[in-house]
Design a protein around this ligand. Structure first.
Ligand code: BG6
Ligand code: MG
Length: 222
């Protein structure tokens, strides 16, 4: 294992919930639409525009808004979201993550971020982790979003490591598909059944350890 390529929202910090809160607020205010809790999983890992399209489709509203209106709605959601992430501090790093990053680094493993979020650099800054990662892949520069492998491949490339020498880390179904499409070993946090495509799924980030990552990687490459 030469590199670990991390998703950010829901893996390093619990911002996945803020995304869904912001979308829920927008959907209620703008479309009088109640998003069921079960809808959150569909929105994880996919871009801002794709998320809005999924919501409009769910509400049978897809043809009702012009391109410009869609852009304005996406911006509005982002304003709600940024309001929430503005309050982040290093206390909001999920349990087990700081030690995991330290231990990976101590073992010579490069660290990259492969998030679909354009807010990733801002969040890393807020968490005090901007200088801990060796690279942050830019989602604006990749052709296709998750479940396509592009952003994970960009993360591996940015730290100069071949994809098959990387472990990818995710909480989203689309993200696990992206890791596997990139030919990386996938470690996931969340629901075992939903994320079954991963090589290892744990219930919380507290279960993430250097040993676990290294064991899963070695088992896969045996
Ligand atoms: C991903 C989230 O990390 O980033 C998605 O899982 C989100 O829910 C996507 O839509 C894009 O984020 P942003 O901050 O660019 O709107
Ligand atoms: Mg995520």
């Amino acid at each position: 294992m030469q590199a670990a390529v991390f998703d950010l929202d829901g893996v390093v910090t619990d911002t996945a919930k803020f995304h869904f809160q912001a979308w829920s607020k927008l959907a209620k205010e703008e479309f009088n639409l109640d998003l069921p809790a079960s809808f959150e999983t569909n929105l994880k890992g996919i871009s801002r525009t794709e998320s809005l399209e999924a919501i409009l489709k769910f509400g049978d509203l897809l043809d009702k808004y012009s391109k410009e209106e869609v852009q304005n709605l996406a911006n509005k959601k982002n304003d709600y979201y940024v309001e929430a992430i503005n309050k982040l501090t290093k206390e909001d790093i999920l349990p087990g993550i700081s030690k995991l990053l330290t231990d990976l680094k101590a073992n010579g493993v490069k660290l990259a971020v492969a998030s679909a979020s354009k807010n990733a650099p801002f969040i890393l800054e807020k968490l005090g982790l901007a200088h801990v990662f060796d690279a942050v892949a830019d989602p604006a520069k990749v052709k296709a979003g998750k479940p396509a492998p592009d952003i994970f491949l960009a993360g591996a490339k940015a730290v100069g490591v071949a994809p098959n020498q990387c472990v990818g880390v995710e909480d989203a179904v689309a993200g696990v598909s992206a890791i596997k499409a990139a030919d990386m070993v996938a470690v996931a946090v969340g629901d075992k059944n939903e994320l079954r495509q991963a090589d290892c799924v744990v219930p919380t980030t507290r279960n993430f350890t250097y040993q676990l990552f290294s064991d899963v990687f070695d088992r896969y490459h045996k």
